[in-house]
Design a protein. Sequence first.
Length: 272
Amino acid sequence: MSRIEAVFAALRNAGRKGLVPYITAGDPGPEWTAGLMHALAQGGADVIELGIPFSDPMADGPVIQLACERALARHTSLWKVLDIVAEFRRGNTSTPVVLMGYLNPIETRGVEHFAQRAKEAGVDGVLVVDLAIEEAAETAPILRAAGLDTVFLLAPTSSEERIAAIAREARGYLYYVSLKGVTGAATLDVSSVQRKLAEVRRHTGLPVAVGFGIRDAESAAQVGRVADAIVVGSALVAQIERNAGNPQALPGILREQVQTLRAALDGLAAEQ
């Protein structure tokens, strides 16, 4: 059982919902990222998604695009991201880490080489945003052979056939994008999310995490009622941007923000 599988099994047994915060590695500087990851874990993160900065993050909105620019300006390479994960692992061996990024940096360095180094660093899973399921037949098995869970995106427009194909390749959990658009979009229709998740669950027993549009305790609780986990990214990255000039304060700020989200999710247990 992978670290991701173990975490979601424990959540399910406890009747709790998962919290998956996202930050971009290297923002506001690579020397701060491991400390921010520890703050997320201390705040109640069940899984941490760590963004690999990329020059053309096509699925991301302005907040995360700017985070990538700041990280790249600080020379945060793919190998530097793995060094950050290894640094985090020296103080935390329990919280799963999923790298989220784009295919180009991975292919440039070689998928097998990347997979080996990622596993050695302590990475648990990889979500390649622009790896279409039709093109995953070569890449996904290499990642899994290295012991990395392959996490895939599902969209509101995903057909039943496509959902079934993605479910066959996915490991760890599925990431459902709750709305059409880029990260940081604001409109969230929980009833439509609920209907789509029912469709997804006909094809898989994997946990389904829902992201895009979740920015505070209220939206976290709304989505948490229908999802197995929530993903929060832009709201956290925006805090990093606002406080980039005072990075020493960021661990406390992010820890408190995650604690608020965690409390909102844990409050759902009382409704059952």
